[in-house]
Design a protein around this ligand. Sequence first.
Ligand SMILES: Cc1cc2nc3c(=O)[nH]c(=O)nc-3n(C[C@H](O)[C@H](O)[C@H](O)COP(=O)(O)OP(=O)(O)OC[C@H]3O[C@@H](n4cnc5c(N)ncnc54)[C@H](O)[C@@H]3O)c2cc1C
Length: 630
Amino acid sequence: MKPNPSLAFLSIILTGVAALKPQPLLSDSIQLTQQDIGDFSAIDFGDKTAVSPDDDNSPECKVFPGDEAWPSPAEWARLNTTLGGALLNPKPSAAVCYQGPDYDPTQCAFLLNNASSHYWLDEPLAALTEWSQGSTCPLALNPEGNCTRGGFPEYVVNATNVKHIQAAVNFARSKNIRLIIKNTGHDFGGRSVGAGSLSIWTHHLKQMEFIPSYELGPYQGMATHLGAGVESWEEHNFMAANNITFVSPGCGTVGGVGGWMSSGGHTTITSKVGLGLDQVLSLGVVTASGRFVTADPYTNSDLFYAIRGGGGATYGIVTSAIFKAYPPISVTSSSLSLTLSNSSNTPPTTPGLVTDPDTFWEGVGLYYRFAAKVLDAGGYGFSYVYPRANNTFLFTTSSQFPGFTPAAVYSFMQPLYIDLNRIGINVTNPMSLSARPYGAPGIGIGPSPGNTRYRSRLLPRENWEDDGLWNQTMNAIRKATEGGSENDFYFHGTLTSPTAEVAGWPGNESAVNPAWRNNRMHAMLMDQAPRQSAERDAMFRGYMDLLREVSPGAGSYMNEGDPGEPNWQQAFYGTNYPRLLRIKRARDPWALFWAPTTPGSEGWAVRSVDGYAESQNGRLCRAGKFDGEK
Ligand SMILES: Cc1cc2nc3c(=O)[nH]c(=O)nc-3n(C[C@H](O)[C@H](O)[C@H](O)COP(=O)(O)OP(=O)(O)OC[C@H]3O[C@@H](n4cnc5c(N)ncnc54)[C@H](O)[C@@H]3O)c2cc1C
């Protein structure tokens, strides 16, 4: 039989279309229908043309448990039926340690002694940073006082498909209930907890698919389709299985799509291929009206722009993302440590031992300034300066080089060691290095709940280019870090350079904080005090001002930044803020999505019952209008 040219043409078109539009993930394809809604109007879709964000008659506060308008048990039960049983009403895990109906000493002992970090990740309420919840039910043996829910959500939707998310979004919007989104709960600023809320838990959206050939505008290449709940270690296993690389968080249990991507997402290969958000080609999103949409540079482009850098939990709920993928990349690391010690107990053979503080800080400065070369070669630096007793310090750093052989790294680092030796520091350039695949298999181990709090400054490249400014920068880092000796904090410097050029398209058209594009060092002061207070904030503000003063107009990384950051609109979003605010108001006139320091969040505040401004333990109300009302 003669081939039919029109059929052949059709088949070429269909093949092309298949390459352009891969099959949706199963979780994205299960969606809420009018049949599901039936006469349950509380889960019907919203009409954003019928509301205005400026409506003066809109309720002052989100409805709170105990309010007359709080849904009845029958309504919650009906929601649960629609969700097929995915609605959870969990108690705080540590309730088992407190005298009362939940007391269970065996389970309490397990939590204290044997619960793994992933155990906590699989807990629907748990958040990694406990202070933001109000620390109302801390885990302890024979604790005093009561365990109360505090800033933990009231109900949790264990979402395994888009339909679950749509029904929960519609219910929360119709009932004016505070909505939060939790993925891993790793946020350091209290963005995945909230008193009196309904939480959408995306943790179990785990599907991943490899797309060998993906075309979108000028992009032609490999891609991966990732469910919103995948963790970095799972992504690494997927990379290893498919012999590919794609950008994922450095810590194994951080989510690869949720908050990490929405505000940036830096990692070892960021100076080489860009931030997490630079990898995104397309997103599945449930909007505030409850509709599921695709967002890419050509469809819902406002959402696509805003979600990549404009903050999580603000414009919609991401259900999946298509990321660029690359051939395997190997990474070689080289470590250096310096110890400032004035103790005669420190063996003189300790590598990098320095007894003079000025020489120690000169050595730290030599490394940091040299790191600009590492970044320009596509590398990454990960460093800490820890205060020790008697105003002494330990400096540790690892320089990581994607695509370099161990021999090339040795040669690259040698000039730094010559300089360190020249100022009298006894260190030797390590020779026995090995290259490791970036996409090596991972394991699901991360931190357990604690009280880490970051303050961040993205120090710009200009500070590396001028000797005077460089000296001021190092003086600021030194003074701020020395403050940690008395005040119990330490310094963390992450060096990476995701320029617009490295980001490529479409990352270079995103809402990323412009300070990232000009970044040399993401400089952080790290706190682990369980009790946060206005006094402690003021102390930190003084030290952070030192870093701000040497980088006027630069910014801060929200994911590892301070929820109390002054002038956060500029610091976290820079010149993108006005556009992001417009998109927020247009896409979510109900103010359904809310998280601290996200665009539009200044219109609301938590009336915290413990009186601490950054706590999520209280009712969420519009800010300003009814001052003093509780
Ligand atoms: C141990 C550790 C190491 C880290 N290392 C790095 C690092 O190397 N590089 C880096 O850039 N950051 C790092 N971070 C910071 C990390 O980027 C943030 O903690 C980030 O908020 C985690 O996002 P998540 O989705 O996993 O956490 P979550 O706390 O679940 O979510 C964070 C925020 O995103 C929102 N969100 C989550 N999922 C969605 C979704 N699907 N749609 C819309 N909004 C959503 C949440 O509501 C919340 O506001 C690290 C954090 C930890 C704890």
